[in-house]
Design a protein around this ligand. Structure first.
Ligand SMILES: [Ca+2]
Length: 516
């Protein structure tokens, strides 16, 4: 041990070497891990990208102090699929989640399960949306076959979907009502979990741990904070809507929610600092899909498309990894995605390879934490609602369902209609305006074939071929609105008085408002 310490001291001569030594030591420890995800925050909705009205001083500080990923992609352009990709490292259709409101298949292997096996205390706070229930967020039931506890979370304080001011939530199945902005509520609760965890670790006597753990050994934590912000309904506090006086009511509240969310990021970061945990805690922030329209100001930073489309505006989202002990702070344009989160953490911690299924779509970003690593070797695949895309560094191949159907294998006897495929150079044309297939026929052909191979592979995954059983053995519920589920019947009358559910139920009876 002494030898190692003096070696590190020797290495730590210059400033650069010092930070290298610090990071090398940190790598020997298991960092705490916190995944933070906003809901429907577009790529342009941060202060650090120069939003004309919105200030995000806390996200800006986090970006300044961490790895700012300027080309970070959500695994899908809507919520549930991206959540599935975060927890599995896989393109969401493989995991049974092609669209919003689909349940994550119980045969999947999740990050929370892998970290729990590695000794982490695990907890989920906020929006879940991987249990097959649609409609505005309701408390997740203890009887739910797909609640966070079934996917590796020791503790959870969760709702089925988006949630707002003064939320009604479920703590492991017990309902609890909270006052205040939903982002601040779940960050306070996440910090309370962390504080309790630290207290227990500090005061734990050796005889309390039945020999499982050495005295003083720290048990790291894995905390997931999934906001319901700035998803509709838009409801923010008076003080938070003030900067947006020039916008209509909905726009004011939409942006006001982001102000509260940013403040909660500040609470989280200062909480970690006060506990002395900031250095050794990896905080990964991103949004779950691209921005919305109709809120008065562009949400996607001028990109093409928005939530629900596979254009850049639907997929590209803010992304930051802050981990003072393990990440060299800077801005990178290396393309990365939510599918990379699990492979990165598995690699960082040296977790067993079978923590993940054999077929994953992400890559480990561990080398990128320290330095620029050049072009990405594996393209990032996307598939949503009959649209598909492949981001291969600066090239992007897009398949849209003009005329309907799914992409067919390009090399099979029947050539698909080439006009359905378009190729963009994202470096020169980030707004995806000009198809360059004709100028770059080789690139176009290569990516079209790669996209076809991806589609074939997803078709195979859909049969359950990636699971050890070689087939699908778990029973997943069909997506439905929670108020149509008999399990929620006992609560319907009481909850009808709540503003967030009253509106949704009224909308439902008119056959409208199919909320994502
Ligand atoms: Ca969303």
């Amino acid at each position: 041990m002494h030898t190692r310490r003096s070696f590190l001291k020797t290495v730590a001569l210059g400033a650069g070497a010092l930070s290298f030594g610090r990071r090398a030591r940190a790598a020997a420890r298991k960092p705490n891990i916190i995944l933070v995800m906003s809901d429907d925050q577009g790529w342009g909705q941060t202060g650090y990208y120069g939003h004309p009205l919105l200030k995000t001083p806390n996200l800006d500080a986090m970006a300044q102090n961490g790895l700012r990923l300027d080309r970070f992609y959500a695994g899908a352009p809507v919520c549930s699929p991206t959540r599935a990709s975060v927890l599995t490292g896989r393109s969401p259709e493989r995991a049974g989640v092609p669209s919003h409101g689909y349940p994550l298949r119980l045969q999947e292997r999740t990050l929370a399960q892998a970290l729990r096996r590695a000794g982490y205390a695990t907890a989920h706070f906020g929006k879940w949306h991987l249990n097959g229930l649609r409609g505005p967020g309701a408390p997740v039931l203890a009887s739910d076959t797909h609640h966070p506890g079934h996917f590796g979370f020791d503790e959870w304080l969760s709702v089925t979907n988006f949630f707002d001011m003064n939320p009604l939530m479920s703590r492991g199945g017990k309902f609890e009502e909270f006052a205040g902005d939903s982002s601040e509520v779940i960050v306070d609760e996440a910090l309370e979990f962390i504080r309790r965890h630290v207290r227990q670790a500090q005061y734990r006597r050796p005889e309390d741990v039945e020999g499982r753990r050495k005295k003083g050994e720290r048990r790291p934590f894995f905390v997931v904070v999934w906001y319901g912000t700035p998803h509709s309904p838009f409801r923010a506090a008076d003080r938070d809507i003030r900067p947006f006086a020039e916008l209509k009511d909905s726009g004011r509240h939409h942006h006001g929610e982001l102000v509260a969310m940013d403040r909660s990021i500040g609470t989280l970061r200062s909480g970690l600092r006060e506990l002395g945990l900031a250095e050794d805690t990896l905080v990964w922030f991103n949004s779950d899909n691209g921005g919305l329209g109709g809120v008065g100001v562009d949400t996607v930073g001028g990109l093409r498309g928005r939530k629900g489309t596979i254009w850049e505006g639907g997929l590209r989202v803010p992304g930051i990894v802050e981990w003072p002990a393990g990440v060299r702070a800077r801005v990178t344009s290396y393309p990365a995605a939510t599918m990379d989160i699990m492979p990165t953490i598995v690699d960082l911690l040296g977790l067993p390879r079978d923590s993940m299924l054999d077929v994953v779509d992400g890559v480990s970003l561990k080398p990128l934490f320290e330095r620029e690593v050049g072009p990405r070797a594996r393209p990032i695949p996307f598939l949503y609602s009959g649209q598909a895309a492949l981001v291969d560094n600066d090239s992007k191949m897009v398949f849209t369902k003009q005329g309907g159907g799914r992409p067919r294998r390009a090399t099979s006897g029947k050539e698909p209609d080439a006009t359905r495929y378009v190729l963009y150079d994202l470096a020169r044309d980030p707004k995806e305006t000009k198809d360059i297939s004709a100028d770059k026929p080789e690139v176009a052909r290569r990516l079209r074939e790669a996209l076809s191979r991806f589609m074939e592979s997803v078709d195979k995954s859909r049969t359950g071929a990636d699971y050890p059983e070689g087939r699908i053995t778990s029973l997943e519920p069909r997506p439905m609105f929670w108020w149509d589920s008999p399990a929620y019947e006992p609560y319907l009358d009481e909850w009808a008085k709540r503003p967030e559910y009253r509106r949704a139920r009224a909308g439902r009876s008119k056959g409208k408002r199919r909320k994502r």
